[in-house]
Design a protein around this ligand. Sequence first.
Ligand code: NDP
Length: 494
Amino acid sequence: MSGDIPDLYIAGEWVHSSDGGTRKLINPADGSVVAVVDEATPDDAARAVAAARATFDEGSWPATPVADRAAILDRIADLLERDKEALARIETEDTGKTLVESRIDIDDVTSVFRYYARLVAVESDRLVDVGDPTVISRVVREPIGVCVLIAPWNYPLLQISWKIAPALAAGCTMVAKPSEVTPLSTIAFVRLAEEAGVPPGVLNLVQGSGAVLGDALTDTPDVDLISFTGGLATGRRIASVAAQHVTKCAVELGGKNPHIVFADAEWESSVDQVVTGVFLHSGQVCSSGTRLIVEESIADDFVAELAKRAAKIKFGNGLDPASETGPLVSEQHREKVEAYVALGISEGAKLIVGGERPTDPAFANGSYFPPTIFDRCDRTMRIVREETFGPILTVERFSTEAEAITLGNDTEYGLAAGVRTSDAARGERVVRALRHGTVWLNDFGYYTAAAEWGGFKKSGNGRELGPTGLAEYQEMKHIWHNTSPKPAGWFKGD
Ligand code: NDP
């Protein structure tokens, strides 16, 4: 990762970009250069796909006993534990998130490898009774084949591990493409996977601009599954390219996630979790609770308390233990967030805290942006409808349960939602009425490797994690075995 050590991994070899291209990676906390990495060309990407194809078709990896594949996943988890601190530091320097968050990410990544090591080892074929004792009918799971795994910059290693772990467990081969902005933890991870014994050609790695590499990775009949996490516009494009080849395509896209607070909700945990749910990682979270939908009778007091707490959040360099949240991922992204703030003001939303980049010279070289709250918002506003992917909370108010549900569902997305009430029956009614892939009742933001993650509506069409997250990488094959063959007797021949 210095420009001397190659960081593309193709067919089991670490190689430089074929045209010598490199990219400087910038630490968003202070503008320093963290590393210089190889920037793949479309030819490099095509070679990575060809390597994955050849390795899959050669057949040893898909035929590797499940117990051996599971052991490799467990070894990867062991190595992640061994290198946790180094990986967390890389993630912080590349993304800007705090070291505490990065450590949690690495723990979560480890848990995903452990989970799929266990799950794949206990999966069994399904026997189907066809009513004929001479016929053995069974449904077996086989690896889907060559997978292209494309991840975003906000949770670089976490998002790609949700793909790599089940793909390896299933016996697939793959090409991983992290975001060009934050590839460092994925490069380090692939070195661990090699050390853990993942055979050459099974896991290939290219990093570089998605716009440049995209077609080589997706517009090809050699790929059996594209698993993409990122924005709606890119997801749409990839899905339409995949459709030309009838390639299975799982897209995990954005969210505009409501956090609904009823007047009877427990106060302290509600205030705390609304703040955490939107300002963690400076709002650069797909499931961030960016839309507060609060009952009118408590709204003024509730919002005043939020504003007080938001103003006190300590942002700073993620390596500084005093920082509670870090900078935005890049200068370019900060400009996008600022444009949304200007839009909110022009749309008539009431800015009550934040909204301007810090003037303190200590933050001069980083891409910092403070927690920002807009009150008096409504659903006609773009700031309420579009994913800002920054530390921006919008506030809408409601008077009835039905209205809260209508507001909560009034988004083209459907990734995640929160509901807070001390009335358990109402809570259950509302969580069932919300059209979102994950709904937290009196909590926000938690997930586990064992439960499915994914979106309704334009938040995507696949599921990661849980048993379904493994099934995405498997084909179901029905085998009908007649142990006592006899003529069908349909055509009589006379
Ligand atoms: P993008 O859609 O811009 O990029 C995602 C990935 O796609 C990157 O690796 C990017 O590469 C790559 N890419 C870009 N263009 C193409 C193309 N034509 N063909 C193939 N790959 C391409 O998203 P961001 O990185 O900006 O991530 C933020 C988005 O991700 C948000 O919308 C967020 O909600 C969503 N997200 C969703 C999650 C979920 O679980 N549903 C989880 C996390 C994030 P490069 O960066 O190199 O250009």
